[in-house]
Design a binder for this molecule. Structure first.
Ligand SMILES: [Zn+2]
Length: 381
């Protein structure tokens, strides 16, 4: 406690963020939002990033390693040698965004994740010194219709979720299912909209006039299927219909978050323009600031457009897609597109083009107050 008060008074708050680096622009949006909130509370002296999929990236000089096998092999040696690293050097450590709770009967399980053991159990906790650890904007990644009961029959994930929660000075989750899973594990935390809605503030970007409709396509409607019976061919043909109907309302551009998505879009809907600037989240944000509305699989494409007052519909196949409901926007299970109908889906966004700006500003303002209050209390500033 004394340690933290002392360093806060000296205005040298060193932050380390457990995130991804040049891996997923969605993670970049979430992290920028967290930095905006922290900066509103306290001036930051330095921010260091740790690529959570490669835990050895915490060690200074080894951040270029991109192989998990190499990371895993080197990590015990780096600890034995006491190598200078971002976890032990931080005054405040932050777990930023991403799914943090997942549990599937045939795997995977969040208890087996790659980062918690080397970064938290083996580095942070044995050297705590009153330093703070915050888990901000983490969420669930279950089947779309999960009620969280997978946790009930998995003692390993249940114990891990408790251990992770107890290691943190503050946990704020980004979706209700994550909150349910935490509760089933015996702990409680609040839910606020994902911090990606504040990325635009961090980067000083304003909403611009709508020039085009943004669509985004992922195979099966998301990253994984988790054994759900999803008709990939049906979703492909439905996406083509969405593009054709959207075109009646304006210029259509397909946002592609990865080269693979761009390749897929070029095969599926070659007649439409595509947008991709690999690993450059700022360029994506500028692109999203000029949208009219969006229909997307990528939930963080949806969050960023929404943050600029552009209404979106997120179509997905896992529980992450549901977090858009925190912005009072619709989430649709990919398997329900047929019975809802393409025209109706487009109208859900189109009908709110002129009114959504006011709605999101009220949501952003309220969420900022709640985040800054909670984080300020946790950091004792
Ligand atoms: Zn599990």
């Amino acid at each position: 406690m004394y340690y933290l008060r002392n360093i806060i008074q000296e205005h040298v708050l060193k932050i380390a963020i457990i995130t991804t680096v040049k891996h997923n622009i969605g993670d970049d949006f979430v992290r920028e939002g967290i930095l905006y909130l922290l900066d509103s509370i306290k001036e930051l002296s330095s921010v260091e990033l740790i690529h959570k999929h490669i835990p050895i990236s915490a060690v200074h000089g080894l951040e270029k390693i991109r192989s998990y096998r190499v990371s895993k092999a080197l990590d015990p040696l780096a600890r034995l040698l006491g190598s200078k690293n971002r976890v032990n050097n931080a005054d405040v450590l932050i777990q930023s965004g991403a799914p943090v709770y997942w549990c599937h009967p045939d795997g995977p399980h969040c208890a087996d994740n790659e980062w918690f053991d080397p970064l938290i159990r083996k580095r942070f906790l044995p050297d705590r010194r009153g330093r703070k650890f915050l888990n901000i904007a983490g969420g669930s990644c279950q089947r779309y219709h999960s009620d969280g009961s997978e946790i009930d029959s998995c003692p390993a994930c249940s114990a891990y979720i408790r251990e992770f929660f107890d290691a943190c000075d503050l946990t704020i989750l980004r979706d209700k299912l994550a909150q349910t899973m935490l509760k089933k594990a015996g702990r409680e935390a609040s839910v606020l909209p994902c911090t990606s809605i504040f990325a635009r503030d961090r980067l000083g970007l304003n909403a611009l006039n709508g020039e085009y409709i943004v669509l985004n396509f992922m195979e099966n409607g998301g990253h994984f299927t988790f054994g759900q019976n999803i008709d990939a061919n049906l979703w492909r043909s439905q996406f083509k219909q969405i593009a054709a109907v959207a075109k009646k309302h304006g210029r259509v551009i397909i946002a592609c978050h990865t080269p693979d998505e761009e390749n897929l879009a070029s095969l599926l809907v070659p007649e439409y323009e595509r947008f991709l600037v690999p690993d450059d989240h700022v360029e994506f944000m500028k692109f999203y600031s000029r949208a009219i509305f969006g229909i997307v699989n990528r939930v963080h494409a949806g969050f960023v457009m929404a943050s600029f007052g552009k209404p979106v519909v997120v179509i997905g196949n896992d529980s992450r897609a549901l977090m858009i409901e925190n912005l009072n926007l619709p989430s649709i299970f990919v398997g329900d597109v047929e019975h809802i109908g393409v025209e109706s889906i487009i109208n859900k966004a189109l009908s709110r083009v002129s009114s959504y700006s006011d709605e999101i500003e009220a949501i952003r303002s309220r969420a900022k107050s709640e985040y800054t209050l909670a984080i300020g209390n946790a950091l004792e500033v």
